[in-house]
Write a protein that binds this ligand. Structure first.
Ligand code: GDP
Ligand code: MG
Length: 163
């Protein structure tokens, strides 16, 4: 079985941008993944010789005002359950938000391995971009730019070591 990496985070932090970079496709490869639900996006990636599956949880973004948190939790829970390791994305330009804290609590309860990843950090110094996020209690943040690719290979190698 290929290790499964789930991309989790509130809307607009860059999950799909990272997913597209990891899998280099916009089409989910669901055909050969029996048992996995279809409302999220699955893709295959590779770092060096090591293949993995990525799940983009974009599908849980709210479509209606009612039950937003409920729907998000349901979708996120499913992706988390299928994952060997969670990449929890936050936005280094926007900084920490209450929504990030809610997701942190949710992920902590799951008992899964979580990597806290600060995205959109191109051109920013590690110490200044990471500082905001220590209070989440998830350790030293990884800092990347999904759009530019900075730090993405190292991140995935580390994720596969944990998975
Ligand atoms: P999602 O809602 O979490 O899937 O986020 P998207 O991947 O759709 O990205 C949301 C917005 O953030 C888009 O406008 C992206 O172009 C932008 N974005 C994503 N990654 C980066 C990044 O590394 N740097 C910057 N500056 N913008 C980014
Ligand atoms: Mg998305």
């Amino acid at each position: 079985m290929k290790p499964v990496i789930a991309l989790i985070g509130r809307p607009n932090v860059g999950k799909s941008t990272l997913f597209n970079r990891l899998t280099r496709t916009r089409d989910a490869l669901v055909a050969d993944l029996p048992g996995l639900t279809r409302d999220r996006h699955y893709g295959e990636g590779r770092v060096g010789e090591r293949p993995f599956l990525a799940i983009d949880t974009g599908g849980f973004e709210p479509v209606a005002k009612e039950g937003i948190m409920h729907e998000m939790a349901k979708q996120t829970k499913q992706a988390v359950a299928e994952a060997d390791v969670i990449i929890f994305l936050v936005d280094g330009r926007q900084g920490l938000t209450p929504h990030d804290k809610t997701i942190t609590d949710f992920l902590r309860k799951s008992g899964r391995s979580v990597m806290l990843v600060v995205n959109k950090a191109e051109g920013m110094r590690y110490t200044s971009v990471a500082a905001d996020f220590y209070e989440l209690g998830l350790g030293d943040p990884y800092v990347i730019s999904s759009a530019h690719g900075d730090g993405v290979n190292d991140l995935v190698e580390e994720a596969l070591n944990i998975a």
